[in-house]
Design a protein around this ligand. Structure first.
Ligand SMILES: [Mg+2]
Length: 265
């Protein structure tokens, strides 16, 4: 069922980054898959009898971000040579952004929602910002690599700012940078406790990106709107996305060229 547009329409829109604008979950699986396929010499080798997908799922369930568990995990799957876990760790640490990209529709959505029918607080366009939790160096490099600088007005990185979602201080900083009041803004994110509860704590209306279509299970109040994909956002904020398929085709073609030309995989 179509959801009603926000009323009043927002004059500033803030987004979470990982798993909202970029497909961090898919990239993490791809990165683990490659790391786990390496031999002691750091080259990929065929591994009949090793259930890579199960190793990946267990790795994510145990330690979403680190490599300290690799050796124990490998041993549990019969890979007893510690050189393999070491090769996997080395490659994993030095290829942090392997296969990481924006969701195919993200570029078009960001451009579309910027063109508001209501002008933003400090001009004719809407203020668009990103609020992301994580280390300064990593998230800053990710922001640059994904080409987000030309698509948004600002990014607030918890590691740089000194407070993290759901602390209301980061949401208030986004309001300050956009020149908007809390009533003027909405926040779009995938994590109930950090994104949705955090925005609500700052009095900002929220959109939950629920890609897996799961039930709302957080103790905090439910979000104002729920979407499965961010391409459902423009109609909720009075913006027109145009023909998303054309944007997606362009983005994929660009990504192919970039990958072929890159030297770090
Ligand atoms: Mg997220």
């Amino acid at each position: 069922m179509a959801q009603r547009p926000f009323e009043p329409l927002p004059r500033a829109i803030f987004f979470d980054l990982d798993d909202t604008l970029c497909d961090y979950a898919a990239a993490r699986r791809s990165r683990l898959r490659y790391a786990f396929s390496l031999g002691t010499d750091g080259q990929p080798i065929a591994r009949p009898g090793v259930d890579l997908e199960r190793m990946i799922a267990e790795s994510i369930a145990m330690h979403p971000h680190g490599v300290d568990h690799f050796e124990a995990l490998f041993a549990r799957h019969g890979r007893l040579d510690p050189g393999e876990a070491r090769a996997a760790s080395d490659w994993y640490r030095t290829n942090r952004f392997h296969d990481l990209d924006l969701f195919p529709e993200a570029d078009a959505v960001l451009r579309a929602v910027r063109r508001a029918q209501t002008p933003g607080p400090s001009g004719h366009e809407r203020a668009i910002g990103i609020i992301t939790n994580g280390p300064a160096e990593v998230q800053r490099a990710k922001f640059e690599r994904l080409g987000l600088a030309e698509l948004v007005d600002f990014v607030i990185i918890s590691g740089e700012f000194g407070a993290a979602k759901p602390d209301r201080a980061v949401f208030e900083e986004a309001l300050r940078r956009s020149g908007a009041t809390a009533e003027d803004a909405i926040f779009v994110g995938d994590a109930p406790e950090f994104d949705i509860a955090g925005a609500q704590g700052a009095g900002i209306r929220s959109v939950w990106v629920n890609r897996d279509g799961v039930a709302w299970a957080s103790p905090s109040a439910p979000p104002c709107r729920v979407i499965r994909r961010i391409e459902e956002l423009p109609p909720l904020v009075g913006s027109d996305i145009g023909a998303p398929s054309a944007f997606v085709a362009t983005r994929r073609a660009q990504a192919t060229v970039t990958n072929e030309g890159s030297t770090d995989g």
